[in-house]
Design a protein around this ligand. Structure first.
Ligand code: NAG
Ligand code: NAG
Ligand code: NAG
Ligand code: NAG
Ligand code: NAG
Length: 412
């Protein structure tokens, strides 16, 4: 079962050949657990390279139907401006895809162009949702991209009328039927966006309710986001420690935070203001499927025809009004999930056992759901984001695009 030696031998070989320079960390008390996640014959293999520095940075999304992996570069400064008239700063981020079968890399040009794309998730067989970081006065946005036709559609580009800063990463929750996403001020910090008009924030967006809600404004640069398998815990990496990759801010903790997720209230009380109590006597608090009409004097029938579709279990027989739930999530109880110590985390993904895999400054750190660090895949360079594919893990390492083939199956 445990093939520690083979795996290390491979990593050491990489180290000897100069590809890998960092020693792999292994929590010896968690060794069996860590190697239980890694296929014994796993290899670390460069599957694509480019002489364009920083060519594999973010948004790794695998499309099962075509076996393509979409990704985007980091800022390729000095190359062509993406859209004229938005900014005088010559910045460019190239979207591309690699076919994992043929390993051919091809640039991708969405129409209309997605301004400085960053994180992305797959939302249907041939659609992904991409975080645009905006450019100049144009704010960040969530953009739907059809990966077949390359047509793009902006779904969301502002909060309370203010443009977002530079949206970074997102994760979909099937429980809440929407997206948790982060908006750090990278655009303003790096000079490609106008000054921030909103604080660095964590948001939730519900397409079906057409609403967006701010969940937290206490992080400096909320970056990667991931959800626990039961949708009760949200993980967010704080990357405020790094300022443009070179300078550092020692007052910002290098951590992955976790939050409890609950269903929020919108603060409104029930619209029943006549003070009467519910005249039902059957004691049930369900959606009233008994066909009777309510004795409410506002003329509305009891099917709660106010257009809301979420659970309404008021059970009110005492005339009190209660908070009406808006069905959108809230995050509470922020705590440190993982302390990165001298490192820092970027993209986060969960495997199907709930372990958290984090792209970090020298590879990928793997954490158990209780926060114990199980081990590291030491690539020897920074890994910005990762994606599980059926027979491995793709790691975007800025200049190199690593794959450990047969690393761990059935990731998400
Ligand atoms: C690993 O590779 C060896 C040698 O090719 C092979 O004999 C073994 O079955 C492989 N292990 C697994 C679990 O696939
Ligand atoms: C920049 O523009 C030139 C001329 O249109 C084109 O040949 C080149 O490929 C472009 N470079 C990038 C990085 O898009
Ligand atoms: C954005 O910044 C540019 C350059 O500083 C400035 O000319 C422009 O007025 C700003 N736009 C907005 C909407 O603030
Ligand atoms: C460093 O982080 C603190 C918040 O902890 C922030 O107030 C400050 O502006 C940051 N400094 C720089 C140079 O970004
Ligand atoms: C290593 O694992 C042990 C036991 O599982 C745990 O108590 C400890 O906190 C772990 N160390 C780190 C650095 O995560």
């Amino acid at each position: 079962m445990c093939r520690t030696k083979e795996f290390f031998a491979f990593l050491q070989l990489l180290a000897l050949t100069g590809i890998c320079c960092a020693a792999p960390f292994l929590n010896s008390s968690a060794e069996a657990e860590f190697f239980g996640l890694i296929h014994p014959n796993a290899t670390l293999e460069v599957i694509a390279e480019s002489d364009r520095n920083l060519f594999a940075h973010e948004a790794p999304v695998w499309i099962p139907g075509t076996d393509d992996l979409f990704f985007v570069s980091n800022r390729l400064d000095g190359e062509n401006k993406t859209v004229s008239g938005h900014s005088d700063v010559p910045v460019h981020i190239q979207m591309a895809k690699i076919n994992l079968n043929t390993r051919r890399v091809e640039n991708v040009y969405p129409k209309p162009e997605i301004l400085l794309p960053n994180g992305a998730v797959r939302i249907s067989e041939d659609e992904i949702l991409v975080c645009s970081q905006g450019l100049g006065a144009v704010g960040g946005s969530l953009v739907r991209l059809n990966v077949r036709t390359l047509e793009s559609t902006t779904l969301l580009n502002s909060f309370n009328g203010e443009p977002f800063n530079s949206l970074n990463d997102l994760v979909y929750s099937s429980v809440y039927r929407g997206f948790f996403f982060t908006d750090p001020p990278y655009g303003a910090d790096q000079g490609f966006r106008n000054a921030s008009r909103l604080p660095p924030s964590l948001y939730f967006y519900s397409p079906s309710k057409n609403s967006v809600k701010v969940l937290n404004t206490e992080m400096v640069k909320p970056n990667g986001v991931a959800l626990s398998l039961d949708s009760r815990t949200l993980y967010v990496s704080e990357s405020g420690y790094l300022i443009d990759g070179i300078l550092v801010n020692h007052s910002v903790p290098r951590v992955i935070y976790k939050f409890d997720i609950t269903v929020g209230t919108d603060g409104r009380t029930d619209e029943r203001t006549d003070g009467r109590t519910d005249e039902r006597t059957d004691g049930r608090t369900d959606g009233r499927t008994d066909g009777r009409t309510d004795k409410r004097t506002d003329g509305r029938t009891d099917g709660w025809t106010d257009g809301r579709t979420y659970g309404w279990t008021d059970g009110r027989t005492d005339g009190r009004t209660v908070g009406r739930t808006d069905g959108l999530p809230e995050v509470t109880k922020r705590s440190v999930f993982a302390d990165l110590n001298a490192n820092y985390a970027d993209g986060l993904k969960l495997d199907d056992r709930g372990n958290v895999w984090a792209g970090v400054g020298d590879g990928v750190n793997v954490y158990a759901p209780d926060g114990r660090m199980l081990g590291k895949i030491a690539t020897g360079s920074g890994v910005t984001n990762i994606a599980f594919i059926p027979d491995g893990l793709i790691m975007l390492a800025e200049s190199k695009n690593f794959q450990t083939s047969q690393c761990y199956r059935k990731g998400i």
